[in-house]
Write a protein that binds this ligand. Structure first.
Ligand code: PHE
Ligand code: ZN
Length: 854
């Protein structure tokens, strides 16, 4: 659709087409006269011709704006307005643009631009939301200094930067750091602050606040501690200090994503900042700490150095995810963090890479950039940085990062800039490594071993399956961490990094007394699918002896997977060799309880389906679900006394603390409880539910009861107790769907959306039901097709209000080609039904087309 207007449905934007904007913006003055239905935004912007650009026509983005007046150098002008923006004849040199527009935040349900959440004004501008606030060159390479005046009766009125003046009915803010419009933010409402202070290492005193709705004040303390830890960590580890007098965080109930790094004014989905022992689980606490860190770290990696264009999104996101993962590893347990991240990467990113939505870490085209805030850009983007660090070493990494900050502070940079810094700091040629940014798909890494007279050889072969638009692939640079273990269980070769660059390559270790057992891809040193044919004994051996905690876990995981796959494909019984090895590990009190809890958890239904599909077998979701249940039953029956002991020994006495250590004990005890509940009819779980004083214990008991279909009383009590707390009621919604029996999942979801507390406008509530539906593989793919139809119905309804959240949820259908012809036909019909809707958003149209065209 070559002649479509920019930004309309069907128009594709290409990285290769980048050109700089014809002007630079010297400064921006904005005045907001707040009113729910008719907010006035008055802008005054100084444009100067950009010497590095050719002077094209003057175009400002603007969507859903009513232009009241426009002036250039004080003279009224009449620009030509389209749905995407305006053009206007302008003077040859520098000029001042002034405009007044009207917008209606109370009617903005897309939650992009200026909108209202529970009576409070807030903004979300990344990626292209600023154009819904006023006319502007809304692109990240246009950076400017903003001064903002907010007029309104709201007691709290916030924007970026430092406060400069305030009085009856107004507040003024000035942000001295040039920034792109996507980092602009404004908040106004009846809010209360949880205040604190932080002194940076150079002695600068910074005011900190977490702003919340009245009533949520008691849920801020943990987030504030996390913020201070993040500020300290970025100074200690990356040498980066905070750069304003004030740092504000605001909690908002209606938010499409997790949180947003607006300069000096981070805006958070309330689920990602509010925490209390009574309402939040250990997992919630850990996630909140990580997201606060993530947004804070963006101040340097994202804000001080931003992206030249949205194709470079991984420049800030991959790096910032990598930084927040390192932070969590430092604050908590490094191996546990790594294992959890790999589980998540396989569940979300490998799934994306293996289906119709596969795209490179740096995509080369898009229709709607909001559709590229993906596991590939974020999590694979972080893996790529992890590999780079492994390849160059810690010291060179630190040197390269210093150079990156020195050279690019204040820039809108590219992946080329990023890699050049590493090349200059280390003298390495990263040409081949760069393929990680351009080639989609997960490499398959096959390994074979040979042993000859004291020399052990590993031969690796890599190849990456085709992905949409990329039928053939080139070899990647793979850092493969390997160790060798002798027959007696001692390590004979400590971890060493092999650097694979060819399609096929061998590495030898000589001078060995006996044939060792290799431990390959330690720490998951590269995001690949390792295909290593080993027998049960070798896996059990590694589970018992590997010194690398990640690979030790992986050995247990592969044993579990092998046993489950045999149950599914051959009707085998649960493997006693697996159960025996598992028992040894989980009762080993020298091991971290969190590690043991992870070892006790089985591979997900999705993971099993993915593996079957890859092996040429059509997965049957119901059968996978049943066999997993059967395995859990077998685990419980195999070691009932040991599980009971684990449950007893790992109870945490005293007051609840969300720290890693007690959380690890709870994780292990609660995993044991889940299994024990299959034997005791729910007795222990009911007792725990009744006595627990914190959400972790309550929820573990409740979900254990739900999974045996015996939670009615507790579920009703839970609702009664928490019906006024939105975030807790989200849990109430989602767990009923997640733990329903597959044949009932869709009916449970359908009943819940009829509940008076269901509110489709709130993304958290919508996701509570439909996220749980689409993640429950057997329930979503139940043979009736009810799950598909229900989701499609609601995606159609939501798209009219909130395209961004709708489009993200379309990904539920991305695995459709894995399943049998009957299911494929039903899914295809639903996707076509969505695609045929009149007025479908660009977001959803792009997603559905990509999924269908595979
Ligand atoms: N930039 C945010 C983050 O990753 C994510 C986000 C994207 C939030 C788009 C809102 C909208 O920290
Ligand atoms: Zn981010």
């Amino acid at each position: 659709m070559k002649d479509a207007a920019p930004g309309t449905t069907g128009e594709t934007i290409y990285l290769a087409d980048y050109t700089p904007f014809g002007w630079t913006v010297e400064d921006v003055h904005l005045t907001f006269r707040l009113a729910p239905e008719s907010t006035r935004v008055i802008s005054k912007i100084r444009f100067v011709p950009n010497p590095e650009a050719s002077q094209e026509r003057f175009f400002l983005h603007g969507e859903e704006l009513t232009l009241v007046s426009a002036k250039i150098d004080g003279q009224s002008v009449s620009p030509e307005i389209t749905e995407q923006g305006l053009t206007c004849a302008v003077p040859e040199g520098a000029f001042t643009w002034e405009a007044e527009v009207e917008i209606a935040p109370a009617k903005n349900f897309a939650l992009e631009g200026l909108y209202m959440s529970n009576g409070m004004y807030c903004t979300q501008c990344e990626a292209e939301g600023f154009r819904k606030i006023t006319y502007y060159p809304d692109r990240p390479d246009v950076m400017s200094v903003f001064t903002v005046r907010i007029e309104g009766d709201e007691p709290v009125k916030l924007s970026n930067g430092n406060p400069v003046a305030s009085g009856e009915g107004f507040a003024e803010w000035h942000d001295p750091w040039p920034k792109p419009a996507y980092l602009f933010a404004l908040v106004a409402g009846e809010l209360v602050a949880h205040p604190d202070r932080f002194t940076t290492r150079s002695g600068k005193d910074v005011e900190l606040n977490i702003y919340v709705r009245p009533g949520d004040e008691d849920k801020c303390a943990f987030g504030m501690e996390a913020l201070k830890k993040s500020m300290k960590w970025d100074e200690d580890v990356y040498g980066r200090e905070y750069d304003l007098d004030i740092f504000n965080i605001v909690a908002v109930d209606d938010f499409n994503m997790g949180a947003m790094e607006n300069k000096g004014l981070n805006i958070f989905n309330s689920s990602c900042v509010l925490a209390s022992p009574e309402t939040s689980t250990d997992a919630n606490f850990e996630r909140i700490e990580a997201i606060i860190a993530h947004e804070y770290f963006h101040n340097w990696t994202g804000n001080r150095i931003t992206c030249r264009d949205w194709f470079q999104l991984c420049l800030k996101e991959g790096l910032t995810v990598f930084r927040d993962a390192s932070f969590t590893a430092d604050m908590r347990s490094e191996p546990v963090k790594r294992i959890s991240d790999v589980i998540d990467l396989r569940a979300r990113q490998f799934r994306e890479d293996n289906g119709p939505l596969a795209h490179p870490v740096r995509p080369e085209s898009f229709q709607e950039i909001n559709n590229f805030y993906t596991a590939t850009v974020y999590e694979k983007g972080a893996e790529v940085i992890g590999m780079l660090k492994r390849l160059v070493g810690d010291e060179a990494y630190a040197k390269a990062l210093d150079l990156y900050f020195d050279r690019h502070d204040g820039d809108a940079a590219t992946i080329e800039d990023w890699l050049k810094v590493f090349e200059d700091a280390t003298g390495r040629d990263l040409t081949q490594f760069k393929r990680w940014y351009s080639q989609a798909g997960t490499p398959r890494l096959r390994v074979s071993e040979s042993w000859d007279d004291g020399t052990f050889t590993l031969t690796f072969r890599q190849d990456t399956p085709p992905t949409p638009g990329q039928p053939t692939k080139l070899p990647q640079v793979l850092p493969i961490a390997v160790g060798l273990i002798g027959p007696n269980g001692d390590e004979v070769q400590e971890t060493t990094l092999l650097e694979m660059t060819e399609a096929e390559q061998s590495f030898s270790f000589s001078g060995l007394g006996a044939r060792p057992v290799p431990s390959i891809l330690r720490g998951f040193s590269a995001p690949v699918v390792l295909q290593h044919e080993t027998d049960t004994e070798t896996r059990a051996f590694l589970l018992a002896h590997d010194t690398d905690p990640y690979n030790r876990w992986e050995a247990g995981r592969s044993l579990a997977k092998q046993a489950l796959l045999r149950m599914i494909t051959e009707g085998a019984e649960p493997d006693p060799a697996y159960l025996g090895a598992l028992q040894t590990v989980i009762t080993d009190e020298t091991l971290d309880p969190a590690f043991r809890a992870l070892t006790l958890a089985l591979p997900s239904e999705d993971d099993l389906a993915q593996t079957l599909h890859e092996g040429g077998i059509t997965p049957d979701p119901q059968l996978i679900w049943e066999k997993r249940e059967e395995m859990r039953e077998a685990m419980a029956r195999w070691m009932p006394d040991q599980l009971a002991t684990l449950y007893r020994v790992h109870q945490v006495p005293g007051e609840y603390r969300p720290d890693a250590e007690p959380a690890a004990a709870r994780a292990l005890a609660n995993t044991a409880l889940g299994l024990l509940t299959r034997l005791d009819g729910g007795e222990a779980a009911r007792a725990q539910y009744a006595s627990a004083d914190n959400m972790t214990q309550k929820l573990a008991a409740l979900t254990a009861l739900l999974s045996i279909g015996a939670a009615e009383t507790e579920l009703a009590a839970f609702y009664e107790q928490w019906k006024e707390d939105r975030l807790v009621i989200d849990k109430w919604f989602s767990m009923q769907v997640a733990f329903a029996r597959p044949e009932e999942t869709a009916d449970v979801a359908a009943a819940l959306v009829a509940h008076p507390d269901f509110d489709m406008k709130n993304p958290n509530r919508f996701r509570a039901v439909f996220g749980a539906l689409s993640m429950s593989q057997a329930g979503f793919h139940a043979p009736s097709g009810k799950g598909y139809a229900l989701l499609a119905d609601w995606l159609i309804k939501l798209d009219a209000l909130n395209p961004q959240t709708t489009a993200r949820m379309c990904a539920a259908f991305q695995t459709w080609k894995r399943f049998d012809a009957g299911r494929q036909a039903m899914i295809k019909a639903e996707l076509e039904r969505i695609a045929a809707r009149e007025g479908l958003s660009r977001d959803v149209s792009e997603m559905v087309t990509r999924i269908l065209n595979h």
